[in-house]
Write a protein that binds this ligand. Structure first.
Ligand SMILES: CC(C)(COP(=O)(O)OP(=O)(O)OC[C@H]1O[C@@H](n2cnc3c(N)ncnc32)[C@H](O)[C@@H]1OP(=O)(O)O)[C@@H](O)C(=O)NCCC(=O)NCCS
Length: 182
């Protein structure tokens, strides 16, 4: 994605979507500080007090052309992100053909169409950049995320049993995939 685009949420608010760059590191850290305290991340691997991501490796990750980090801004506030990380791009057998994808949106901005828009944009980038398959992992109780992915053509292809514990309950992780046709 070369330039920023405007997107109107279902509640009428307009947000700006563009690539996250290394220079957005501070915005990303502020975003993570907020989102780990949001109720919406209960059924994800995010948690309050999680270690802050190191600046040097984060900047390299955001600026790495093998990855896509898309951010959504409300004014100067980062309020959501959606990513693709190509798995093993240097391995001659795996060739980065699988892209692991994930999205995080602040609670206040969820269920307003933004998750769907970000999915469409990351998929477009994946197709244009030779990614063959998108891959996601979702806690079995994360109904909104499962609906969101399945609505966009992802299928559940596997399950990791007893992968985490939330409120004394075992969480299974669903593995979802979408093969991108040419
Ligand atoms: C999961 C997430 C990215 C989805 O984004 P979103 O902006 O809330 O989703 P959208 O508004 O684009 O909705 C897309 C579809 O998801 C489903 N959905 C949205 N909100 C839902 C809800 N509250 N309950 C069930 N399904 C819901 C619907 O099928 C919806 O399609 P429709 O409204 O056209 O019928 C977002 O809610 C989020 O970041 N949640 C917290 C973190 C998280 O769980 N991330 C995923 C980790 S794997």
């Amino acid at each position: 994605m070369k330039r920023a685009i405007k997107f109107k949420l279902k509640n009428g608010k307009v947000v700006t979507i563009r690539r996250v760059r290394g220079t957005d590191y501070d915005d990303m850290m502020k975003f993570f500080d907020k989102i780990v305290r949001d109720p919406s991340v209960k059924y994800t691997s995010q948690y309050p007090g999680q270690p802050k991501k190191d600046k040097e490796s984060s900047v390299a990750m955001y600026d790495n052309p093998n990855n896509l980090f898309l951010g959504a801004w409300d004014g100067d506030k980062l309020i959501g992100e959606s990513t693709i990380t190509r798995i093993a791009p240097d391995n001659p057998k795996m060739r980065g053909l699988t892209g692991e994808t994930g999205s995080l949106i602040l609670d206040k901005y969820t269920s307003n169409g933004l998750g769907g828009k970000l999915k469409t944009l990351v998929e477009k980038w994946a197709r244009e950049n030779g990614v063959h398959k998108l891959y996601a992992e979702v806690f079995h109780k994360n109904i909104r995320s499962l609906n969101n992915l399945m609505k966009h053509g992802y299928q559940i292809v596997g399950i990791k049993h007893d992968a985490a514990i939330v409120d004394n309950e075992w969480m299974h992780i669903y593995i979802l995939e979408k093969i991108l046709e040419k």
